[in-house]
Design a protein around this ligand. Structure first.
Ligand SMILES: [Zn+2]
Length: 583
């Protein structure tokens, strides 16, 4: 009986055959995402996309079962071929492919990228490509047709289309702005071959267009009036280091009980540590629009109509450089990339599409050293770090995983919160290494040099017993989101040439939105738009409200210095579990 039964054609749906089809398409579309996830370079977003979207290719196979093998071969082959750039990029860089990679390919000169890639090529990489192809071929051989009644096949296809591409396509309908809707839809396809390359290229063209528009606006701005340089023609290297998501209250340099900044602590006698500086806004782009230009909370759009700090330094005759470990060609970061493109030279180190990707700031040290050796006598270098941006665990290498238990952590931190609390401190510890290394490199060069380090904004990481806030929220502000480190280092030669006593300035309440005035003052530049009363280090400094909040809702603006110290506690008490994943 049994043998006779087995010889009969299968009844019902051949689920195993469907399983092989899914596995085949998932393999050619998503194996890179699996490796990225397994090597802990990325979260699971990309992997989830591949599971969802590879099902789409069942449709032609179910509708035309007689052609199953051939269709699977052609479609799978195309997907496989288009997945190779991302596969290779992963092998070389251990990172996800994105529109920023395309940007870098067109940006950097080819000799340089070839040299860079050759450093990472290994003998086994061609074997990996062969293995990848072989795996696809073996899976393809398992493909067999699934015959469904015509009606069933059509209904199944409609359902599959709705569940795979239809699900992310809902953004096109849901989002009022069509272009934004398309962009959101694209984002949901962006990790999966064959869409990855197409979306990457489209996003690259789109962001490039936005950026070029901003750059041409900037190029048309009139220069600053009556610029006088007190240090004209003197050779020097001036460095502005912009940190990320670092709350100074978590730095031992500022009194935090855990030794999170041992290297800066050791350099303490060479530093001017300003301890009352506050960012106007708790988000990178919105903060830097003010920090790097003449814009502030009262004139938030002035970043479009006035020169930036890069424009200023260029006008003063410095050769300008921008080294960044922030993402480049993402929609959010267009403004940052625009600032960077105002400089003479750029080094882009972070091509990740998703901010929650492993990326270490130590990468800035080598290009920084290279720029220091540049022959230009007067240099202005901006170093933009990824700092302590979430996810904190992606911000430091294993050897900086130093705070691992309760020791030194406040008692209110719960067991659930402790790993996050500790990993933030470890990120601060690694940031200390990076900032101190930049200072040491500059110092070793031995010149008439200066470095200013500040963070774009702070970050709330379980900082008080009554607040379980993690991240930042302008609508529910707490002090740790705003209190930033502000540290000045200068070489002996600089100090000899510019003797200054900053002791009266260290505790002044100050908004980093006025940084351009302090910077101008420090480097000896004056011009009609310069306002010494807005310079933190000027004898003419005037205390004014330190405004925080959304400048486009003027009623929401509050004076940070008035809420200290009493209201600060009240602010800390506000409850909000919402994290702000943006930079
Ligand atoms: Zn930021």
């Amino acid at each position: 009986m049994n043998t006779a039964h087995a010889a009969l054609p299968r009844k019902g749906v051949d689920w195993a055959a469907i399983g092989w089809m899914l596995l085949f398409f998932w393999f050619v579309a998503g194996v890179t995402q699996l490796m990225l996830f397994a090597s802990d370079s990325n979260g699971w977003r990309g992997l989830r996309q591949t599971f969802l979207l590879s099902g789409f290719w069942l449709i032609p196979l179910l509708l035309f079962p007689a052609q199953t093998r051939r269709l699977a071969g052609v479609i799978g082959g195309v997907i496989w071929l288009l997945s190779l750039p991302a596969f290779g990029y992963y092998l070389i860089y251990d990172q996800d492919f994105s529109q920023s990679v395309i940007f870098i390919m067109f940006e950097s000169n080819n000799a340089e990228s070839a040299e860079y890639i050759s450093q990472y090529l290994a003998w086994w990489m061609p074997l990996a490509f062969i293995g990848y192809g072989l795996g696809a071929w073996l899976l393809w051989k398992k493909i067999r047709p699934v015959y469904l009644p015509r009606r069933t096949a059509i209904i199944a296809s409609v359902l599959i289309a709705a569940a795979t591409v239809g699900y992310p396509a809902r953004y096109i309908v849901k989002t009022p702005d069509f272009v934004k809707g398309i962009s959101k839809f694209e984002e949901r396809l962006s990790s999966v071959s064959p869409w990855q390359l197409m979306v990457g290229y489209h996003q690259y063209r789109h962001q490039l267009g936005n950026m070029e528009e901003l750059l041409s606006l900037n190029a048309k701005l009139p220069p600053l009036k009556n610029l006088v340089d007190a240090n004209a023609a003197e050779p020097s290297t001036l460095v502005l280091v912009i940190g990320e998501s670092t709350n100074r209250q978590r730095m031992s340099l500022y009194g935090y009980p855990r030794a999170t900044t041992p290297r800066l602590d050791a350099l303490r006698d060479q530093l001017e540590v300003f301890d009352n500086v506050v960012t106007p806004r708790p988000y990178t782009i919105e903060a830097l629009q003010q920090v790097l230009t003449f814009a502030d909370e009262k004139n938030p759009d002035a970043y479009l109509t006035t020169p930036s700090i890069v424009n200023l330094m260029k006008q003063a005759g410095y050769k300008t450089y921008w080294i960044t470990n922030q993402q480049t060609m993402t929609e959010r970061n267009t403004m940052l990339t625009t600032f960077s493109r105002q400089a003479d030279e750029q080094v882009y180190l972070n091509n990740n599409r998703v901010q929650n990707s492993r990326q270490f700031d130590g990468d800035v040290l080598a290009p920084f050293g290279k720029v220091l050796n540049d022959a230009a006598p007067r240099k202005f270098i901006v170093v933009h770090l990824l700092g302590t941006h979430m996810s904190y665990k992606y911000r430091f290498p294993a050897e900086y995983d130093h705070f691992t238990d309760r020791q030194g952590a406040p008692s209110w931190v719960t067991d659930d919160q402790l790993p996050t609390y500790n990993s933030y401190d470890n990120a601060v510890l690694y940031n200390d290494f990076v900032v101190a290394s930049l200072i040491e490199k500059l110092s070793a060069k031995g010149g008439r040099d200066m470095l200013l380090y500040l963070s774009d904004h702070g970050e709330a990481v379980f900082d008080s017993p009554t607040n379980d806030m993690l991240g930042r929220s302008e609508g529910a502000p707490t002090a740790p989101m705003y209190t930033v480190p502000f540290i000045l280092w200068s070489s002996e030669q600089w100090r000899a040439d510019h003797p200054a006593d900053f002791s009266a300035a260290l505790g002044r309440p100050y908004s980093s939105s006025n940084l351009i005035h302090t910077w101008s003052d420090l480097v000896g530049l004056s011009y009609s738009e310069f306002d010494p009363s807005k310079s933190l280090v000027s004898a003419d400094f005037e205390e004014r409200p330190v405004l925080i909040g959304n400048p486009y809702v003027p009623k929401s603006l509050i004076d940070f210095s008035l809420i200290k110290p009493k209201r600060q506690i009240a602010l800390d008490d506000r409850k909000l579990v919402q994290a702000a994943p943006i930079n």
